[in-house]
Design a protein around this ligand. Structure first.
Ligand SMILES: [Zn+2]
Length: 319
């Protein structure tokens, strides 16, 4: 695909829905390439092939955007793990890897900055430190070649300040952000109610990228989930609360019905979720070649299939 034919993010949003896919850090931690706790994407330099492969899997599953794996690749985090000297190389390499994967299809490349843990809304001097970190990261990203920037998981306002979050989206939109929205922390069910308010508060495109976990009104974020026996299961024991591919497909449709035009997934997401979401949005993607054909299973022919709407209907009825 030639560079000239690649449509930009604004054009794609104008023409329809953009499908995102994130959760690289969680997925690569599960695969043994990132250390839980610091969650710094050292894999970018140490095992670049693993990053390329995951990009490729999300691309085949229908993702329209390859997000450079620079989440937590900022100066503050690299200082914590003693790899500050690798800061520039890690950021540049992450963009190069994402670019190469994007060029295997028709995807865009997003630069990525995130929560720094260095920002204190009550201390004006911290804003300068955050600005400096973002500036160096995005400077390198721009030089390597990105199509747009995703600033994500900036949630220092706290989950309780819902009205402020919505207000923050409106302010960002007024400041010229092409897309505003919510990502991470909340699962599909507890994000949808918030995203409705965001949709109502802004005029431009809205994004929603929940985590694939069964959060609800009582436990609205993945960090608040608890089991019968364990007070805190975040982040290493959340599998029992995981959403099926059908639930994420249901979310994709529900979000589209609400007028969300950038629909994706965050921490915990896998290519099977992304493919189901793409298909729920009416697309056939490369990985659809291997989508389920349960009628060919020797024993479980009557099992759930992508064509079976029971799951979706039940889930949508709960919204
Ligand atoms: Zn996330």
């Amino acid at each position: 695909m030639s560079e000239t034919r690649r449509r930009g993010i604004a054009e794609r949003l104008r023409d329809g829905t953009v499908l995102g896919a994130e959760g690289y850090v969680f997925e690569l931690e599960r695969r043994g390439y990132i250390k839980a706790g610091p969650y710094v994407p050292e894999v970018v330099l140490d095992f670049p092939g693993a990053v390329t492969e995951l990009h490729r899997e999300f691309l085949r599953a229908g993702a329209d955007v390859m997000v450079a794996l620079t989440y937590y690749a900022h100066r503050e985090k690299l200082r914590v793990i003693g790899r500050e000297a690798d800061l520039e190389a890690m950021n540049r390499q992450a963009v190069r890897i994402a670019r190469a994967a994007a060029r295997e299809g028709d995807a865009l490349v997003a630069g990525n900055v995130c929560n720094t843990w260095a920002y204190d809304p009550d201390d004006a001097s911290t804003a300068a430190a955050v600005r400096a970190m973002y500036a160096e990261q995005l400077g390198w990203a721009a030089e390597e070649g990105i199509d747009f920037v995703i600033s994500e998981t900036n949630d220092y306002l706290g989950e309780a300040l819902i009205a402020l979050e919505v207000k923050a989206c409106r302010i960002l939109a007024d400041q010229g952000a092409t897309i505003v929205g919510l990502n991470c922390d909340r699962g599909p069910q507890s994000m949808l109610s918030l995203i409705r308010a965001v949709r109502d508060a802004v005029d431009g495109p809205v994004a929603a990228q929940p985590v694939p976990y069964r959060t609800d009104a009582d436990f609205p974020t993945m960090q608040s989930l608890k089991s019968a026996t364990v007070e805190r299961i975040f982040p290493l024991a959340m599998e029992p609360f995981g959403c099926t591919r059908f639930e994420m497909a249901g979310f994709a449709r529900a979000a589209q019905d609400l007028g969300v035009s950038y629909i994706g997934i965050c921490c915990g997401g896998g290519p099977h979720h992304v493919r189901a979401m793409a298909e729920a949005l009416g697309r056939q993607v490369p990985a659809s070649k291997y989508s389920p054909s349960m009628e060919l299973h020797p024993m479980f022919r009557d099992g759930i299939t992508a064509k079976d709407s029971t799951f979706l209907d039940a889930w949508n009825a709960r919204l």
